[in-house]
Design a protein around this ligand. Structure first.
Ligand SMILES: [Ca+2]
Ligand SMILES: [Ca+2]
Length: 240
C-alpha cells in the first residue's frame, strides 16, 4: 500500500500557500471501466466516468473527483487535462471527505483554459489527527460548454498521503464527456430521423424498462416522453 515517503517540501508548499476552502457536494453515478489493482487499492476517479451531456452552448455542469477505499488519507493532490475547444473550467471546490476529520487546508488550482489544463489543487488535514477511511468526493470541478464535441477528463499529478506523510498507491480512472446538441440521441452531431426513430423505440420507458435508452432521455428526468420529443423537435435539422 505505501511505497515511499515524499519530500517534506510538498507539505511545506501546501501549508505555505493554502487557504481554507468551502465544502461542496455533488453526487453522481459512477461506472468504472478499467482497473489493474486489487479491490482494496484506493481508486481516484472522475465521476461520472462517462457523461453524455445534451446542452446548449454556455450551459454549465459539474463532475466530481472521488476516492474509494481510502485508508488513513490525510492529504491529496490532483490536476486534470481537458479539451479546451469543448469546455471551459469555471471553478474547483473542495469536497467534504477530509472535513469529516477536522479543519483542512485548501490549495486552489491554476486553471489554463487555453491549454485545457488544471494544474494541481490539493487539500490536507491539519494537526495531529489520523486520516480518513472510506469513500467520498475529494473535489468538484465546474465546466461551461463552449462547443459540441468530446473531451477526455484526464487526471494528472495525483498524490495521496497518509497521516505519516507517506505516499499511498492508487489506481486512476479517467473520464470523458460528450457534449451533444439536445435531441442528438445517437451522437452523430445532427438531429434527424435516426434520433427520432431511437426516441420512438424508447418512448414511454423509464430505468428498468426493457426499451430504456438513457441517451433518448434528452432532458434527463428519467422518463422518455413528450418533453424529450419536444426538445428533439425544436432542434430538428440542427447540426454542428
Ligand atoms: Ca443524431
Ligand atoms: Ca425525459
Amino acid at each position: 500500500m505505501r511505497t515511499k515517503r515524499l519530500p517534506l517540501t510538498l507539505l511545506v508548499l501546501i501549508l505555505a500557500t493554502a487557504t481554507v476552502g468551502a465544502s461542496y457536494l455533488f453526487v453522481t453515478n459512477k461506472k468504472p471501466y478499467t482497473t489493474t489493482s486489487t479491490p482494496s487499492t484506493p481508486t481516484v476517479s472522475v465521476t461520472p466516468e462517462r457523461t453524455i451531456y445534451p446542452a446548449d452552448i454556455g450551459e454549465t455542469f459539474a463532475i466530481n473527483i472521488t476516492i474509494t477505499n481510502a485508508t488513513d488519507l490525510y492529504c491529496w493532490q490532483t490536476g486534470l487535462n481537458f479539451n479546451a475547444t469543448v469546455l471551459e473550467c469555471l471553478s474547483l471546490t473542495e469536497g467534504p471527505l477530509l472535513k469529516q476529520k477536522g479543519n483542512t487546508l485548501w490549495v486552489n488550482a491554476t486553471i489554463n483554459n487555453t491549454a485545457g489544463k488544471i494544474h494541481y489543487h490539493a487539500a490536507a488535514l491539519t494537526g495531529n489527527v489520523t486520516g480518513v477511511n472510506g469513500n467520498g468526493p475529494l473535489g468538484t470541478i465546474t465546466f461551461k460548454v463552449k462547443d459540441y464535441g468530446n473531451s477526455n477528463l484526464q487526471l494528472t499529478e495525483v498524490i495521496l498521503l497518509d497521516s505519516q506523510l507517506t505516499s499511498i498507491d492508487k489506481t486512476l480512472i479517467h473520464g470523458i464527456v460528450q457534449v451533444r446538441i439536445p435531441g442528438d440521441v445517437n451522437g452523430d452531431q445532427i438531429v434527424g430521423v435516426l434520433d427520432l426513430t431511437s426516441l420512438g423505440k424508447a418512448y414511454g420507458a423509464s430505468p428498468g424498462s426493457s426499451n430504456w435508452n438513457p441517451e433518448a432521455d434528452v432532458n434527463g428526468d428519467l422518463i422518455i416522453n413528450v418533453l424529450d420529443l419536444a426538445i428533439l423537435d425544436k432542434n430538428y435539422g440542427k447540426t454542428v
